[in-house]
Design a protein around this ligand. Structure first.
Ligand code: GLN
Length: 455
């Protein structure tokens, strides 16, 4: 823990951490040491990790990178945090992310990273003029720069897979409902999932095994599926594995450098005995409008709880209750969050609900059905995690340009399928490229096996 805290301090310029509390970390480390001495250390005994600042923690402040929650301290730990702690993990601190996990570049954080006195973008360690991806950008950077051996992230529409791709690390989002959402600050509840990010599929498998499992009393969408040891089948052979290649993931819009790296990875898979099968996911393009209707709709509802009464920020000067709500929310939320609340309120409003929200729900179902048709022909699906490598800081100031870059991660999110990003090589300017692997429901073990054999 001391080693990684020193590294985090030495690389503060990356902006990865939003809170560090050496005393709190070392207290956890001493407790882990005591358990190890009694032979009671869990599978992660003494392993230092760090959490995306979207998971509530008792020992560290929790902000979701929003001014709304600056200085907020939760009275309890998120289930994922508790489970990892029970396995012996020690928390190094909390990691920067886009405000309420809304973004693809980690440029939407409203909290000053450790060592800064104002909000600053998180920087990609491969080239500090480039973005790390988002929303789990701090998480990806912490692993890529060796500030933590492994971390947690969350993925609503790609926030684990895309930053993993941009930073050259491995990350997995499990089947929706596998990991408890209790204590994970809600963005779009029907999509939000927690997952690990690490240097390898093996490290991710270790963490994921501890993170998953039913939490039926606390998360109404938690699945009653027992936790699994995802390390058990890592070394199985993958001869005969049928890898589906969706034509729609390789069309125009995919940059040539990413395509070359992904093609190279697929050739490796053929050498390992896998078979490439052409498939189609015909509604891939629709996943963007569908997601950017449904996720803001759910966000507008979830974020109504930040009213200046129950949590965090409250405006100082106001005339009456409604004025207090208005000023609190105007001051507390950043631009992207406000944009999503407005879109969400609009698509849910009477007169527009049928045209937008209901239509989007129907297409979401069709997207899930398309995957089931594809899985008749293949075992896993492979393609790029993102259309390009990490772009320059400030390079995509138009929100729509950011939304469009989510095209390859959104389909699996809408279908609730497990997906991961595995380093596949390098593209333009020597920046990392991630290969995305998508599995059928509950096939995380198969994904991790395929990733491990490749690594
Ligand atoms: N980039 C997507 C968005 O901005 C996904 C974010 C996420 O997965 N949390 O909504």
């Amino acid at each position: 823990a001391q080693h990684f805290l020193a590294r985090a301090q030495a690389h503060q310029n990356l902006g990865a951490f939003v809170s560090i509390d050496e005393e709190a970390t070392l207290a956890q480390a001493r407790a882990a040491d005591a358990l190890i001495a009694q032979g009671k250390g869990g599978r992660l005994a003494g392993v230092p990790i760090a959490h995306k600042d979207i998971f509530v923690t008792r020992d560290f402040p929790t902000t979701a990178s929003s001014k709304m929650l600056a200085g907020y301290r939760s009275p309890f730990d998120a289930t994922v945090v508790t489970r990892l702690a029970e396995a012996g993990a020690v928390t190094l601190g909390k990691l920067n992310c886009d405000e309420f996990a809304m973004g693809s570049a980690n440029e939407n954080s409203a909290i000053a990273p450790v060592g800064f006195d104002a909000p600053a973008p998180v920087r990609n360690p491969w080239n500090t003029d480039r973005v790390p991806g988002g929303s789990s950008g701090g998480s990806a950077v912490a692993v890529a720069a060796g500030l933590a051996p492994a971390v947690t992230g969350t993925d609503t529409g790609g926030s684990i897979r895309q930053p993993a791709s941009f930073c050259g690390i491995t990350g997995i989002k499990p089947t929706y409902g596998r990991a408890s959402r209790y204590g994970m600050i809600a963005f779009a509840s029907s999509l939000d999932q927690a997952g690990p990010m690490g240097k390898s599929a093996e490290d991710c498998a270790l963490l994921l095994s501890e993170m998953c499992g039913p939490d039926l009393d606390r998360d109404s969408t938690s699945l009653d599926v027992p936790a699994e040891d995802f390390t058990a089948r890592l070394n199985d052979g993958i001869e005969g594995l049928r890898i589906g290649i969706p034509a729609e993931f390789f069309g125009e819009g995919l940059s040539a450098d990413v395509r070359a790296a992904v093609d190279g990875a697929l050739k490796e898979y053929e050498k390992l005995g896998a078979r490439l099968v052409p498939i189609s996911l015909p509604r891939t393009e629709l996943s963007i409008p569908v997601y950017y209707i449904l996720a803001p709709a759910e966000a507008s509802s979830n974020l109504s709880r930040f009213d200046g009464v129950k949590f965090g920020h409250r405006a100082k000067n106001y005339t009456d209750l409604v004025d207090m709500y208005k000023k609190t929310r105007a001051e507390g939320f950043g631009d992207e969050v406000k944009r999503r609340i407005m879109i969400g309120a609009y698509v849910l409003s009477e007169g527009y609900y049928d045209a937008y929200y209901l239509q989007a729900q129907k297409i979401r179902r069709m997207i899930a059905d398309d995957f089931q048709a594809a899985f008749q022909q293949c075992d896993v699906i492979a393609g790029p995690a993102a259309p390009t490598v990490a772009w320059q800081l400030g390079g995509k100031s138009d929100p729509l340009a950011n939304y469009l870059a989510d095209i390859f991660t959104l389909p699996a999110s809408l279908a609730g399928l497990p997906g991961m990003s595995v380093p596949a090589g390098f593209g333009e300017a020597g920046m990392p490229v991630g290969l995305q692997l998508i599995g059928n429901y509950f096939k995380e073990g198969q994904l991790l096996n395929a990733a491990h054999r490749f690594q």
